[in-house]
Structures are given as C-alpha cells and as structure tokens.
Design a protein around this ligand. Structure first.
Ligand code: F6P
Length: 325
C-alpha cells in the first residue's frame, strides 16, 4: 500500500483546497494513504503531518487559501534542512510525493527527488500563471476575476470624477494577470515586465485616448520595469498637467476568495490525475492543461523555461484604444 506525501507551497492560490481534496479522495479510493505535511517544506522539516481521512477534506472545495498551510521556506534550500525532511519522509515510509505550487516549489521537489530517490509529481498552483507547460495554473482564473471585479468598481468612480487611474496587480516577474485582466476589464493601457515601459509614450497615449472620454484605466504589473502604480503615476504626472491622476494597489485580495468554477474543475482534475500517475509509476513530471486535456512534461523543463504571455495581445489593446480620425 503506497503512502503519498502532499504539500501546498509558495504563495497560496484559490483552488489549492479543491486539489488537496481530489488527491486525498482519489488516494483513499485506491486504498492508498495520503499524508499531508503542513506549511509546505517547513512541514516536511518539522514533521508536522495529517493522515487524511475522507471527512478531513469535506466542505473545502469552495474555500480559498489552503487548509494545509503554505510557506516560502529558506531552510529547505539548505542541505541540512533537506536531510531533516528526508529523515521525516522515510520515518513515515512515504513512497511518492505530490507538491502543489509554483516553480520554486518544483525546484525544491526536483532536488528532493534526486537526494531521496522518491517519485515526484508537480501540480501548478499560483495566481501568477507563470509556469511553463500549462495553459492555466490553479488560482489564476479566480485571481483574474477578482481583479476585474475591482477594476469595474474603480471604473465607476474614475468616470464620475474624470480621472486617470493606475491599478497595480500582482505579478513580480510575469504579466499574465495584468495583460489579461486589462483585456477583460476594458482597460486602455497595460504595463508588464515583459515589455519596456516608455513613460513619455504612455503620457502621450493617455492624452490622445482621453480626448472625449471621462476616464482611462492603466493596469500595472507590480514587477513592471517602470515601477509600481504609484511610481508610474508620479513619473507620468509632469506630462499630464490638468488631468487628475489616482492610483490603487489591489494587493493580497487577489490571492484570496472562493475559487471559480474553472479553478475548481482544473484543481480537481489535476489532483485526481496526480494519483493515477503515481499508480502508473510515473515520476518527476508536472501536470499541465492544454485546451481541454491534461498533459504531462518533465518537471525539470517546467522549472527551466520561463513562460511569457502572448504579446500580440498588446497590439490588440493598442487597436482598441486609438481611433483613426
Ligand atoms: O504567489 C505569487 C504572488 O502572489 C506574486 O504575484 C506576488 O508578487 C507574491 O506572490 C507576493 O508574495 P508574498 O505574499 O509572499 O508577499
């Protein structure tokens, strides 16, 4: 009877609970033993576990956050930390390891797998969507919906007051949330880490597009090279005398909340599939989604390649904001 260790790690993401539930229920269905370790890699080192029963994962499919807790563990990056984790995993007789998280989580899992010789399955869970090999990561769709709900509200007040708003969204190194929330919320401009920001050009675009309009919305990814929303607003202000500018940082509300239907389905399918793959003795792979299908790729490849959002969407946004006279 196989014992499967399970962690959620890195930034939490809506849908992680749905994924934990699916892993636990599928494992129990097959007579396997799912063991959760709390707080990501910290739990492996502290030996902080839960031997899951069916009832432990009832009523969590709809909840944001992660019932297993999560962390960004520095100690696990050390050889000593990992040795402690391996000792604990061995003491439980663990045969396989599933981790839900981002590329940092997968990097840890890859090293663990090499040092302990344990099969590892990675499930992409992060609101940033910045994992190679999957169309969607768990939590991204919910975060996008949270952002557009907030931008819709900001739009109401921006229009009432004739204001240009700079809205900062998450994404330290990737512009997926910014670019796609800009499209879905009807924002005119977007600044993402994947494209160099030109402040003078932004100012002249804003002047041009604002003719005859009551407001404009600029979505700024927190990792943009020009700075966050406040910094961008301050840099652009000298070029925009006579306009009223405001900024808003959406922050961690983007990481919370009930997962969307899309994220619940994605998380459930990926979680259940991860157990199937363990039963097939698959190892060191990540599960991804491509269209309607679930796919797998080497974990190492998912870690090595950094994905970029479709930059042709930037061109489309430009067409939407300018009018040929
Ligand atoms: O999990 C990804 C993410 O939300 C990024 O978008 C953001 O930059 C970062 O985490 C924030 O992390 P923390 O909550 O640890 O400050």
């Amino acid at each position: 009877m196989k014992k499967i260790a399970l962690i959620t790690s890195g930034g939490d993401a809506p849908g992680m609970n749905a994924c934990v539930r699916a892993i636990v229920k599928t494992a129990l269905h097959y007579g396997l033993t799912p063991i959760g370790f709390y707080d990501g890699y910290d739990g492996l080192m502290n030996n902080n576990t839960i031997y899951f029963k069916y009832a432990d994962v009832d009523n969590i499919i709809h909840r944001g956050g992660t019932v297993l807790g999560t962390a960004r563990s520095e100690e696990f990056k050390t050889k000593e930390g990992r040795q402690q984790a391996i000792k604990n995993l061995k003491s439980h007789g663990v045969d396989a390891f599933i981790c839900i998280g981002g590329d940092g989580t997968f990097t840890g899992a890859n090293i663990l797998s090499a040092e302990m010789d344990i099969p590892v399955i990675g499930i992409p869970g992060t609101i940033d969507n910045d994992i190679y090999g999957t169309d969607h990561t768990i939590g991204y769709d919910t975060a996008l919906n949270t952002v557009i709900e907030a931008v819709d509200k900001i739009r109401d007040t921006a229009g009432s007051h004739h204001r240009i708003f700079f809205v900062e969204v998450m994404g330290r190194a990737a512009g997926f949330i910014a670019l796609n929330s800009a499209i879905a919320s009807g924002a005119e401009n977007v600044l993402i880490p994947e494209e160099l920001t030109d402040i003078e050009k932004l100012a002249s675009d804003l002047k041009e597009q604002n003719k005859g309009k009551r407001s404009s919305m600029v979505i700024v990814a927190e990792g943009d090279d020009g700075g966050g929303a406040k910094e961008i607003m301050e840099k652009v202000a000298p070029y925009l005398e006579g306009y009223t500018l405001r900024h808003s940082v959406l922050g961690h509300i983007q990481r919370g909340g009930n997962p969307s239907a899309f994220d619940r389905m994605l998380a459930t399918r990926m979680g259940s599939y991860a157990v199937d793959l363990i039963l097939k003795d698959e190892s060191n792979i990540m599960i991804g989604s491509k269209g309607d299908d679930l796919v797998t790729l080497p974990l190492e490849k998912a870690i090595r390649i950094h994905p970029s959002p479709d930059l042709s969407k930037l061109e489309m946004l430009k067409k939407l904001r300018t009018q040929e006279l």
